[in-house]
Design a binder for this molecule. Structure first.
Ligand code: HEC
Ligand code: HEC
Length: 377
């Protein structure tokens, strides 16, 4: 009797397991071409603020799934060796760990790869604001001789003759006639879903995590402008790396700054290469610092290998130049600081450690392992 009962339960467990597997299998199929396309439900935290989606490229499940495949598709490069995901690795928060990225035939880009994160809230893309939409930005690496080095027409031809793709385009966009516009639409859809929202900093913003004393001191320093007369100590970072996003405002060009890494003689054109305005010389996008502990080396040319070096730069390594940001010139914790002196923030060693503890709070393990962003091949 007892034994029968156990046998029965084991059978039931077996049935249950089989059903679970069946359900999982069906769920997996939702990325297949057979399933009807549906709007993609985006999970964005309320405190990230509003965003707009282009009306002519709404998010759909089919479009996002196709975009993910294309992001990891090496056929988008001339010799089928490089995908977007070759320079934007999920394990490194979608950077590549190099000062300059390597494209086809080991050719090098002249700036460092940027993290792909929370781009739904950004409207200026690349270090120098080359593009404003993800749809248009994707065309640059696809064609650039040092990146993927392939014409859009050739990319279209390769995908059209790969039997996996026409049905996926059909599901995503209602047509199996592939075009460059549909490729970049799908890539943009996928990238808009790449959201980091579970770092300790996010948990703190949602009231789910109590920072350690050091993290809390670091957070305060990060967002405080120093005022020695009022007795406020600050690291001044929040003037350019804004709360929640931790990058600059990208609605206009106000999020682009010269943060003192070079003297006039060495300063690169930066934003001036896009705007032709000499006032923009040496300005670069203040990027999001989310997952910053994983995206070394740092700055547009990867000149700093560690976050300690970055903090030392802001603390005592700032170089003067004509376009150096006024927010940096004016910031010091030293009451005797004279604006014509060499620029010194004047943080103590323990304050530097606190700042580092705060920067470590920006790592989002769930993001780095999220299967929705991983290589499907
Ligand atoms: C060879 C390496 C390489 C490849 C391949 C590559 N990227 Fe990039 N990506 C970079 C570099 C370098 C930058 C910075 C470019 C600049 O500032 O001019 C960048 C910047 C970006 C940005 C801007 C991010 C921001 O915060 O402004 C986006 C979006 C992006 N890439 C998406 C893509 C997509 C989509 C693909 C595939 C079609 C791709 N990348 C392929 C290296 C690469
Ligand atoms: C005046 C504006 C400004 C201030 C103040 C500022 N930053 Fe930056 N930050 C930038 C800009 C612009 C860049 C990109 C510069 C470049 O690549 O040449 C940057 C880059 C960085 C990077 C490298 C990002 C990457 O992906 O490579 C880190 C880390 C960083 N800042 C941290 C800080 C910290 C910590 C502070 C405070 C001590 C701070 N920043 C203060 C504007 C600023």
């Amino acid at each position: 009797m007892q034994l029968d009962y156990y046998k029965q339960s084991i059978q039931l467990i077996g049935v249950g397991l089989a059903m679970t597997l069946f359900v999982v299998a069906c769920q997996d199929k939702t990325t297949g071409p057979e399933e009807p396309n549906k709007p993609f439900l985006l999970k964005a935290p309320y405190y990230f603020g509003d965003y707009t989606l282009p009306p002519d490229n709404p998010l759909t499940e089919g479009g996002v799934a196709l975009g993910r495949m294309l992001f990891y598709e090496k056929k988008l490069s001339v010799d089928n060796t490089i995908a977007c995901g070759s320079c934007h690795l999920q394990s490194k928060a979608f950077t590549d760990g190099k000062p300059f990225s390597e494209g086809v035939a080991s050719k090098r880009t002249d700036v460092s790869a940027m993290s792909i994160v929370n781009l739904l809230w950004e409207s200026q893309l690349t270090w120098t604001a080359k593009e404003q939409t993800l749809e248009k930005q994707a065309i640059i690496p696809m064609q650039h001789p040092n990146e993927m080095n392939q014409s859009i027409a050739e990319a279209v031809r390769k995908l059209q003759s790969d039997s996996r793709y026409p049905p996926l385009f059909k599901r995503a966009f209602g047509t199996d006639k592939i075009t460059g516009g549909l490729i970049t639409n799908a890539l943009a859809q996928f990238q808009r879903t790449v959201i980091s929202k579970d770092s300790k900093y996010d948990q703190f913003l949602r009231g789910e995590y109590t920072p350690t004393d050091s993290e809390m001191r670091g957070l305060r320093l990060f967002f405080s402008h120093p005022d020695p007369i009022a007795g406020t100590r600050g690291a001044n970072c929040g003037d350019c790396h804004l709360p929640v996003r931790l990058g600059g405002n990208t609605l206009g060009l106000s999020g682009f700054h010269n943060n003192g890494i070079d003297t006039d003689e060495k300063l690169r054109d930066g934003l001036m290469s896009t705007t032709a305005n000499p006032k923009d010389k040496g300005k670069f996008k203040a990027p999001s610092l989310r997952n910053i502990a994983l995206t070394a080396p740092y700055m547009h040319d990867g000149r700093f290998k560690t976050l300690e070096e970055v903090i030392n730069h802001y603390n005592s390594g700032i170089k003067r130049s004509a376009t150096l940001d006024p927010l940096i010139v004016a910031a010091s914790n030293d009451p005797r600081f004279n604006p014509t002196d060499p620029i010194k923030l004047g943080l103590t060693d323990s304050e530097k450690k606190d700042l580092l503890a705060f920067l470590d709070m920006l790592t989002d393990e769930a993001f780095l392992k999220n299967p929705d962003y991983s290589d499907p091949f």
